[in-house]
Design a protein around this ligand. Structure first.
Ligand code: FNR
Length: 422
C-alpha cells in the first residue's frame, strides 16, 4: 500500500518489481562481462533452472476467514529477534554491479534490520561496511584459505567489528565451471577485484611481502602494509579501466606489488583438501556462532551437528558451482529431518520473491537468503535499489501470509502447501 500511496503523488519505484524485469533492467545498465558474472551459473545452468522449478512444484493452500488484520513476520535467529525471516546472502565482487558495492548493500540492510552476510570476496573491507551498519546485524562469510593464519586473522577482524556470526562457505573448494565467465575469459580475481578483504589484512600483507622477498616478483623487499597494498592495487586498477577497453587487461597489474598481491591471493584463496577435522580449529579461533553454507546432504547435516555447528545454510551457490545439482528446496526436507529443530536452517538459491520465501518457510526453513535480486537492485539504483528489492520481498511475504490465512511465521507449516498437480 505504501507503493500505491506514493504513486498518488507521482512517485514510482526505482527498480522493477517483477523479478525478470529487474534482471533485465540490471542487464541494460551493465557491461556484458559484469552481467555475465552476476547472472551466470555453472555449465548449462540446469541447477539454476532446477532451483526455480522446485518452487513451482509447490502451491500455496490458502485458508480464509481467520482475521489476518495483524501479521507478525518476526523470527528468532541466533539468539535475537529479527523483524523479518530474510537475510542477505554474501555476494562477492559487488563492484561489478555498482561502485559503492558492499557499502551500499550494508546501508540498505541496516535500514531494514535484515542481517547482511559480508562476503570474503568483498569489494570493500569489512571494517568499512561495518562502520556504515552501526548496530545493525552483519555476519562474515569465510572461504577457508590455505593459510590458517589468514583464516584466524579474518575471524579476529570480524569479531573486532561486532560481527554476529561466521558463515563458512563449503561449496566453493574449487571455482565452478562457469560458462558465461569463461566465454569472456573473465575471472574477476585476476584483475584484482574482490580482494579487498585480503589487501586490508595484516597477515595477508606479510604473505605478499614473503612472496616478494622470495624473489617471485621484483619489488620492494620490506614494509608491505595493508594500506600500501590496498593503495597499490587501487592505483593499478584505476589504470586498468582504460586498458580494459583497449584489451590490455593484465597490463595494469604488472606493477610488482599489485601483481604479488593478486598472485598471493590466488595461492591462498581456498583449500580443496579441507575436511571436517579442520573445521574444529575454527572453534578455537572464535566464540561466535558458526554456520556452514552449502550443506545439501542429510549426512553432512549430521556431521555438522556432531561438531556443534550453530546453523546451516542449504545452498547450491545459486547454481554457480555444480551444473545439475539438487535444487535447494528439494534438499531442504532431508536436511531438516536430520537437524530435528536443534539448529536454524536457512535456505537460499532461486528465491525471487516473498511467495517463494513463504514456501521455504512452510517446508521448515528458519529463514531465507536473498542473492541475485539484491545485486540487480544494486546495479539499477545503488543502496536505494537494494532497499526496494528487499522491501518488495518482505511485502510480498506479508501479503502471501495474510491471503493464506497465516499471521505469524510459526503458523506457516507444511499444511500451508499442496504439491502442484502435473
Ligand atoms: C554469490 N554467492 C556467494 N556465496 C558466498 O558464500 N560467497 C560469495 O562471495 C558469493 N559470491 C557470489 C557472487 C554472485 C554474483 C552470486 C550470484 C552469488 C552465492 C550467494 O551467497 C547465494 O548462495 C546465491 O546468490 C543464491 O542464489 P540466487 O538466489 O542468487 O539464485
Amino acid at each position: 500500500s505504501e507503493v500505491y500511496r506514493a504513486g498518488l503523488s507521482g512517485d514510482r519505484p526505482k527498480v522493477p518489481v517483477d523479478a525478470a524485469a529487474l534482471e533485465l533492467a540490471a542487464k541494460k545498465g551493465l557491461t556484458a562481462e559484469a552481467f555475465a558474472y552476476l547472472a551466470g551459473g555453472a555449465g548449462a545452468e540446469s541447477t539454476m533452472a532446477a532451483n526455480r522449478a522446485a518452487f513451482d512444484r509447490w502451491r500455496v493452500w490458502p485458508r480464509v476467514l481467520r482475521d489476518v488484520s495483524k501479521r507478525d513476520l518476526s523470527i528468532e535467529l541466533l539468539g535475537r529477534r529479527r523483524p523479518t525471516p530474510f537475510v542477505l546472502s554474501p555476494i562477492g565482487v559487488a563492484e561489478m554491479a555498482h561502485p559503492e558495492a558492499d557499502v551500499a548493500v550494508g546501508r540498505a540492510a541496516a535500514t531494514l534490520g535484515v542481517p547482511y552476510v559480508l562476503s570474503n570476496q568483498a569489494s570493500r573491507p569489512m571494517e568499512e561496511v561495518a562502520a556504515q551498519m552501526r548496530d545493525a546485524s552483519f555476519w562474515f562469510q569465510l572461504y577457508w584459505s590455505r593459510s590458517d593464519e589468514l583464516n584466524a586473522s579474518f575471524v579476529r577482524r570480524a569479531e573486532a567489528i561486532g560481527c554476529e556470526a561466521i558463515v563458512v562457505t563449503l561449496d566453493t573448494s574449487l571455482l565452478g565451471w562457469r560458462t558465461r565467465d569463461l566465454d569472456v575469459a573473465y575471472l574477476p580475481f585476476t584483475r584484482g577485484l574482490g580482494i579487498a578483504q585480503y589487501t586490508s589484512d595484516p597477515v595477508f600483507a606479510d604473505l605478499v611481502r614473503d612472496r616478494v622477498a622470495a624473489g617471485g616478483t621484483a619489488g620492494p623487499k620490506s614494509r608491505v602494509t595493508p594500506t600500501l597494498l590496498a593503495s597499490a592495487l587501487s592505483i593499478a586498477r584505476s589504470g586498468s579501466h582504460t586498458m580494459l577497453v583497449e584489451g590490455g587487461v593484465a597490463e595494469a597489474l604488472r606493477s610488482p606489488l599489485p601483481r604479488a598481491a593478486v598472485e598471493t591471493f590466488l595461492d591462498v584463496f581456498s583449500d580443496p583438501s579441507l575436511t571436517w577435522d579442520d573445521l574444529a580449529s575454527l572453534r578455537e579461533w572464535t566464540t561466535l556462532p558458526i554456520l556452514l553454507k552449502g550443506v545439501m546432504h542429510p549426512a553432512d547435516a549430521a556431521r555438522a551437528l556432531d561438531l556443534g555447528i550453530d546453523g546451516l545454510v542449504v545452498s547450491n551457490h545459486g547454481g554457480r558451482q555444480i551444473d545439475g545439482a539438487v535444487a535447494t528446496l528439494d534438499a531442504l526436507p532431508g536436511v531438516l529431518e536430520r537437524v530435528g529443530g536443534r539448529i536454524p536452517v536457512i535456505l537460499d538459491s532461486g528465491v525471487r520473491g516473498g511467495a517463494d520465501a513463504f514456501k521455504a518457510l512452510a517446508l521448515g526453513a528458519t529463514a531465507v537468503g536473498i542473492g541475485r535480486p539484491y545485486a540487480y537492485g544494486l546495479a539499477v539504483a545503488g543502496a536505494e535499489g537494494v532497499r526496494e528489492v528487499v522491501r518488495n520481498h518482505i511485502a510480498e511475504l506479508d501479503l502471501t501470509m495474510g491471503l493464506a490465512g497465516r499471521t505469524s511465521i510459526d503458523a506457516i507449516g507444511r499444511d500451508a502447501l499442496a504439491p502442484a498437480q502435473a
